[in-house]
Design a protein around this ligand. Structure first.
Ligand SMILES: *Cc1c(COP(=O)(O)O)cnc(C)c1O
Length: 462
């Protein structure tokens, strides 16, 4: 802790639309850029902090700076007519109710709950919907701790943006760890539990311990991996270094490893600059010292990381620091996606050029991958087969595990940005998995009591 005293802010302070004007950096912004922030922040979530603002953003390069694009709303994120409508309302001093009503109208146009998250992945137990969980793939249960539903800063491209703007019915969160434990007992084929949010690392060590410790009971030994999805290393590495309970968090991590479980920190890193400060490097070192592994993942987004060099540098630097490249995602079809989207063919080309530059240790990364309704679909590349140009894809995760690792083909389309825009190649009517889906919903929560994942045949999931 001593070596960082006085170097970095130690007291977390959120910066939002309500106090941004008090920051010295605000004065440096062009009025046009400021207006963009003020208008868009009425619709989309906006929250950053002193560490991000002082240490990560290069204020001599606005608006192009990638971290500025990552955490500050930009005018291009709304359709021109929506932007104008909100700007005009603010200019004529519209009431709070009017602003909220317009904001909600615009929000509902932005596909606030993509990929059937609300309807298809939420388990049911004893007639009760478990709103704080999702169980889409056989092996892995997602848990949203109630106290972990915010972040140290918000990413402008966040696919869970809807839960941060108070469209209440879109929120999913768990109040009860008892329900989680009961659920895991009844689903012995679940090997991985992923705590997610928001950002679970926003919680105090004491709260985090309350959610994790019960799962370490020998009764739940089938839960071999505890994953924590987080962007804390990027946005507030102080969490593991100078925060009051930093050492308690690290001790909790140690206790997970001592209980014989694998602890995987699923770290969201969007840009190599996020891993460049001495304090984040110290945080990474401390986390790894507990026996945890850190895996890195992020979506590929326009304006933030849409170049092979950025990804190659990030993977190489990450490996040097002892982290494991995991997924490159395709930006989801929600929120300001028009601003951020990169067509699938271009995304693959960026991936390929980055992949070609790095050693095998960085090639543990997989992508670009779309988290779509049927599963995580990877773009493997493009090819020409018997005179037809095609896009080659496969599943990294399917609702039906039997879909994984089977290449399939779509008609070549350089503009397509999401799975639903792709059509099967070779004159087929449907993709293979579409035929398999018919009449089935693949609800893993409905499968209870079977003790080994491989003993749950996919066909039992009606
Ligand atoms: C990505 C994801 C997982 C984890 O998948 P892995 O390929 O094992 O990392 C689990 N559940 C959902 C809903 C996901 O999107």
């Amino acid at each position: 802790m001593g070596m960082f005293a006085g170097t970095y802010p130690t007291r977390y302070q959120a910066i939002t639309i309500h106090n941004i004007a008090k920051q010295p950096e605000w004065q440096r912004l062009d009025p046009e850029v400021r207006e963009g922030i003020e208008v868009v922040a009425r619709v989309l979530p906006f929250r950053t902090n002193v560490y991000v603002v002082r240490e990560l953003i290069d204020w001599s390069n606005i608006p192009d700076d990638p971290i500025f694009q990552l955490t500050f709303p930009q005018r291009g994120m709304l359709a021109p007519e929506d932007f104008q409508a909100m700007r005009d309302l603010l200019r004529r001093g519209g009431s709070r109710e009017e602003v909220t009503a317009l904001a909600n109208e615009i929000r509902y146009k932005l596909n606030p709950h993509p990929a059937g998250q609300l309807t298809h992945n939420v388990p049911m137990m004893d007639g009760q919907r478990l709103w704080g969980m999702q169980h889409k793939y056989r092996e892995t249960v997602l848990f949203f701790p109630a106290q972990g539903q915010t972040c140290h800063a918000y990413c402008t491209y966040c696919f869970r943006w809807a839960q941060f703007v108070g469209i209440d019915e879109l929120k999913f969160e768990a109040k009860e760890v008892d329900l989680l434990v009961a659920y895991l007992r009844r689903h012995p084929f679940v090997t991985d539990l992923l705590y997610t949010g928001g950002d679970p690392m926003i919680m105090k060590a004491r709260a985090l311990r309350r959610y994790i410790e019960p799962v370490l009971h020998p009764d739940l030994a089938h839960v071999q991996t505890i994953r924590i999805g987080t962007k804390v290393l990027s946005y507030w590495p102080q969490r593991f270094v100078t925060d009051e309970d930093a050492d308690d968090v690290l001790r909790l991590f140690e206790s997970i490893v001592k209980a014989g479980r694998h602890l995987a920190i699923m770290a969201h890193f969007s840009h190599p600059r996020e891993m460049a400060t001495p304090i984040v490097q110290e945080a990474i070192r401390r986390v790894r010292e507990t026996g945890a592994e850190i895996r890195m993942q992020a979506p590929l987004v326009r304006h933030v990381n849409d170049s092979p060099e950025v990804w190659a540098t990030m993977w190489q630097e990450g490996v040097r620091l002892g982290m494991i490249p995991y997924y490159m995602f395709v930006e989801r079809d929600t929120g300001p996606k028009n601003y951020f989207e990169v067509p699938l063919v271009e995304a693959h080309e960026i991936f390929r050029q980055a992949f070609a530059q790095v050693s095998g240790l960085a090639r543990t990364v997989r992508g670009p991958s779309m988290s779509a309704w049927p599963g995580k679909v990877r773009v493997l590349g493009t090819a020409e087969i018997r005179g037809e140009k095609v896009i080659v894809l496969d599943f990294l995760q399917g609702r039906n595990p039997d879909w994984n690792g089977r290449p399939f083909f779509a008609q070549y389309d350089p503009k397509a940005t999401w799975l639903d825009q792709l059509r099967p190649a070779f004159g087929e009517e449907k993709f293979f998995f579409e035929k398999d889906i018919e009449g089935r919903s693949f609800e893993w929560w409905a499968v209870e009591g079977t003790d080994h994942p491989l003993s749950v045949p996919a066909h039992v999931v009606a």
